[in-house]
Ligand binder design. Structure first.
Ligand code: SF4
Length: 349
């Protein structure tokens, strides 16, 4: 695998063997600094590493100073076409900009942006999107193929390199999962710059999470990608939560307390699904290295969850409590959640 360049975004590094950074994007109007700051604080609490705001106009660029000074994670300004907005955002302390240097008019503007970003140590993300590919490339390739998208990225990269700028991050997104995977594979061969992974317009909660997990997950499993964003038509905190689960599933992030639960079957005689959901939610951001099993029956439960540190196995209106596969007690159904959480608390301490 290529040695990927290490790029500094505020106080976070990506590439060069650093941990995979989770990104998300605010939905409040950026010009409303207070609303945007509130949303970023929520994203921080959920574990977002880098946050992006759209900068569609000067009012948004002007709000960056206040936003930047009231948050704790690096801030990225998303800019289309207008190089003056990029300059204004950099002047107000943004940590990274997303702009395509080939789309901002003549090269002189790209030079001004590249030089200013270099002077301030601000990286630039080139974001190629299958839906807005240059006409010339669409004609050459017939459609927004992975090759066409990578060629577009190369053109933008070359503009920055011409001006001596190398702190570049690249994304090549398509709403088609297979095309996205193929494009990033080609991009990894073509570039040593960090890759920002994502499936664009992935959709609403369920389909968006599935598409992103397949697209981002298969690339990460192959060692491709340095930072990720799950795009959802939903509250962005779900983007961060899903990104964490993708990373945890691939062993790319400390697991914390892992909850395994059985799918239930006709042997299950307790209302297991809400119990498993509540236990998972309440343990979500708790530190520790435990595996907790929530199983539907005593016939197979403890056996199926042999490697769990602690767990319950449902019976009729009650559950058995087990540790390391050994049954150590009985709990009535209404006390399962609290008892299990208490026991976990003791084990952590
Ligand atoms: S643990 Fe019991 S209830 Fe759950 S799937 Fe296995 S056999 Fe069915």
């Amino acid at each position: 695998m290529k040695n990927v360049r290490r790029v500094k975004i505020g106080n976070v590094y990506i590439g060069g063997g650093e941990k995979i950074a989770i990104q998300s994007m605010t939905t409040a109007p950026t010009s409303d600094a207070q609303k945007t700051i509130k949303q970023i604080h929520e994203l921080e609490e959920h574990g977002c590493d880098i946050v992006r705001v759209a900068v569609p106009d000067m009012a948004a660029a002007e709000a960056i100073y206040e936003i930047k000074n009231n948050i704790n994670i690096p801030l990225v300004a998303d800019i289309h076409f207008d190089y003056r907005l990029a300059l204004a955002a950099m002047e107000r302390g943004v940590d990274k900009i997303r702009i395509n240097p080939g789309n901002i008019g003549d090269e002189d503007r790209a030079r001004i942006v590249a030089e200013e970003a270099k002077r301030r140590g601000i990286p630039i993300r080139i974001g190629v999107n299958g839906g807005s590919l240059d006409k010339r490339l669409l004609e050459k390739y017939g459609s927004a193929t992975p090759e066409a998208m990578v060629e577009s990225a190369k053109e933008h990269v070359q503009i920055l390199e011409k001006f001596g700028f190398y702190d570049t991050v690249i994304s090549i997104k398509s709403s088609d999962v297979k095309k996205t995977i193929q494009a990033y594979r080609l991009a990894r061969e073509a570039f040593a710059y960090p890759l920002h992974l994502g499936v664009t317009e992935a959709g609403t909660y369920k389909s968006g999470i599935i598409k992103s997990s397949i697209g981002i997950g298969s690339l990460l499993a192959d060692g491709i990608g340095e930072t990720i964003r799950v795009s959802l038509t939903d509250d962005p905190v779900h983007e961060v939560d899903s990104a964490k689960l993708i990373l945890k599933s691939l062993g790319l992030m400390e697991q914390g307390i892992e909850v395994v639960s059985c799918p239930t079957c006709a042997r299950c005689q307790i209302d297991l699904i809400p119990i498993a959901k509540e236990i998972s939610e309440r343990l979500e951001n708790i530190e520790g290295r435990l595996k907790v099993a929530v199983m539907g029956c005593a016939v197979n439960g403890p056996g199926e969850a042999k490697d769990a540190d602690i767990g319950i196995a449902g019976g009729r209106g009650e559950a058995l409590l087990f540790k390391k596969g050994e049954i150590i007690g009985k709990i009535s159904e209404d006390k399962i959640i609290e008892t299990l959480l208490d026991e976990i608390d003791k084990m952590k301490g």
